[in-house]
Design a protein around this ligand. Structure first.
Ligand code: DQA
Length: 144
């Protein structure tokens, strides 16, 4: 099976961006973590990041028929994007939402997610290990 791992705006700066909140791992480190987790579970990982809402919508649409599940950290679009939530709904694939930080322990505006109602599971506050947990959970859903 194939899993798309999609990352939203500013996650390209991971490692240097607010390391107190997001840690020192880079996006390349996260990609390695995801690829290795995929290898262990027999899953191909398609890893992408964009700062552009439409590019994320395109990547989600492209997953239909090509992948069996989606891990997404929509970053700030979590809290703003009806378009990303609608795209996730449209493709009818299992979705796991990941946030590196615990969005519920931060500003009020981070507590609402347009994506969570579409997600099978939401992982927040586990750092970049959350991506590993997300892939492991999707693997269990894809097997069923
Ligand atoms: C984030 C949390 C969002 O609120 C924020 O806008 C991000 C990253 C996280 O991974 O903790 O860019 O999704």
């Amino acid at each position: 099976s194939r899993i798309v791992v999609a990352n939203g705006p500013n996650l390209n700066l991971l490692g240097t961006r607010e390391p107190g909140l997001y840690g020192s791992a880079t996006l390349a480190d996260v990609e390695t973590l995801c690829t290795q987790t995929g290898q262990r579970l027999g899953l191909e990982i398609d890893f992408m990041q964009s700062n552009h809402e439409g590019a994320l919508v395109d990547a989600i649409q492209a997953a239909r028929g090509a992948a069996q599940g989606i891990v997404i950290n929509p970053a700030a679009y979590t809290h703003t994007s009806v378009a990303i939530a609608d795209a996730l709904r449209a493709v009818e694939l299992p979705v796991v939402e990941v946030h590196i930080s615990n969005v519920h322990a931060r500003e009020e505006f981070r507590k609402h997610s347009y994506v969570s109602p579409v997600a099978a599971a939401v992982i927040a506050g586990a750092g970049v290990e959350g991506y590993r947990y997300a892939i492991e959970h999707l693997a269990s859903l894809v097997e069923d």
